[in-house]
Design a binder for this molecule. Structure first.
Ligand code: GSH
Length: 211
């Protein structure tokens, strides 16, 4: 298995968590997004979108982290989605709120364009805080449900948890306070005790620059 990864990529971070939860081992190919390696022909041949992650698995080349998490769920019986349709819809709605609404507007290419098109009147920090804070407050409200347990959905780790933790790493990175998000903080504290989440942390990922 080969994961085309970048240490600070939160979409890749999701897959590092998912693979770790499955006790899978994989080889990392580090794609340095800051150097534009994702736009080189070799990477575009794997993912025409010029994004990470890409996972080479089972003689296939898969892209889109949530599609890959669902593939792992279907083929490895991971339980990343609950068995009941309402539960699955809830887990997907939390995961999508993060992965489809917060994350895309905070992507590197979007932020670079905003900073340059605004002639630096909008800073990366302002842009990130504008979307991450309110986006996570909405997730906090979604967690105000009896369906929330130790984790986002009951006491079993789901795709929602796999999306939440990387987004919280980004929140910390851009100085977004979680003070008004007690449910998110409680779920995060429970998840951070789990080895697959610890080991997937960007600082522990090949290629990480930690100083
Ligand atoms: N929806 C995609 C998003 C992938 C994505 O946005 N990847 C980012 C890193 S987190 C990326 O490769 N950015 C490179 C760029 O913007 O040029 C997924 O979930 O896999």
């Amino acid at each position: 298995m080969i994961l085309h990864d970048y240490w600070r990529s939160s979409a890749s971070y999701r897959l590092r968590i998912a693979l770790g939860l499955l006790n899978e081992s994989w080889e990392t190919v580090s794609v340095d997004l800051t150097k534009g390696r994702q736009t080189e022909p070799a990477h575009l041949a794997l993912n025409p979108q010029g994004l990470v992650p890409v996972l080479e698995i089972d003689d296939a080349i898969l892209t889109q982290s949530l599609a890959i998490i669902e593939y792992l769920d279907e083929t490895r019986h991971a339980g990343f989605l609950p068995a009941d349709p309402i539960g699955r819809a809830r887990v997907r709605s939390i995961a999508y709120a993060i992965a489809m609404d917060i994350h895309p507007v905070c992507n590197l290419r979007v932020v670079r364009h905003v900073v340059s098109a605004s002639e630096k009147h909008i800073t990366a920090e302002e842009w990130m805080r504008t979307f991450i804070g309110p986006g996570l407050l909405a997730v906090e409200a979604m967690l105000a449900s009896p369906a929330t347990g130790r984790f986002c959905h009951g006491d079993r780790i789901s795709m929602a948890d796999i999306c939440l933790v990387p987004q919280l790493y980004n929140a910390d990175r851009w100085g977004v306070s979680l003070a008004d998000m007690p449910r998110i903080r409680a779920v995060r504290a429970a998840l951070e005790e789990i080895p697959a989440f610890m080991n997937a942390h960007p600082a522990r990922t090949p290629g990480a620059i930690t100083d």
